[in-house]
Design a protein around this ligand. Sequence first.
Ligand SMILES: C[S@@+](CC[C@H](N)C(=O)[O-])C[C@H]1O[C@@H](n2cnc3c(N)ncnc32)[C@H](O)[C@@H]1O
Length: 241
Amino acid sequence: MSDNIYETQRLVDEYLLFHYGTPEDVLGWAGGPTDATGFPERVARYAADAPVGRALDVGAAVGRSSYVLSEVSEEVVGIDFSHAFIDAANQLRTNKKQTISRLVEGAIRDEITIECPAIGNPEGIHFEQGNAMNLPESLGTFDRVLAANLICRLPEPQRFLDRLPSLVNAGGVVVLATPCTWLEEFTPPENFPNASTLEWLKEKMGVNFELIKEANEPFLIRETARKFQWTVSQVTVWKRK
Ligand SMILES: C[S@@+](CC[C@H](N)C(=O)[O-])C[C@H]1O[C@@H](n2cnc3c(N)ncnc32)[C@H](O)[C@@H]1O
């Protein structure tokens, strides 16, 4: 059995809720950080700034951001390493609705129904399993690349950054969002940035890309009915020179 947490049913349900749940489904408390809900849609809008041909959502998870990209892109490829996440993304697109299990507390769970978003062009989206550190040449090139909360989950993030110049068309845009939560369970410490993540990105990306925007976007992941992860992702937008 895989020891990849992103292959577990618990994470599939957690991410289906994170991506497709309403703010009430995710938070359900007055006075909570409702502005942190809807992250997968909000962050994708940085890469959905103009009509384009092809867009790539890498580390797409269960796929919500790909729908936003499909509003402005003729073709969207959503890639994730997790077979379970890609299967869930494809099932939701086909069935339009899905019942998911939410942890309430202890061993108590409840069920809610989530729906495929009525936005964009689902027919133009192709979800597939793949590795951000080994993207094949056959993928072709893209006008927009979104990597949301991906790089600090890669064992060798540098390999993904090194692939970007050949992946992105001239004038194309890359959106990197990262909470900078570098953890040994995902990335060997020798592959952590040797300075702040922002300084490291400027050094590595600056050769082939111009930094055109910086922003901060909060996100909220529900763990139980009463416990949430509130995190701020650092967004940088890069234009291919
Ligand atoms: C923190 S989640 C972020 C998912 C999504 N972009 C979002 O913003 O909700 C990290 C994602 O990266 C995926 N991932 C991890 N390693 C990967 C790799 N080598 N190639 C592609 N995806 C990977 C995981 O399966 C997971 O879906």
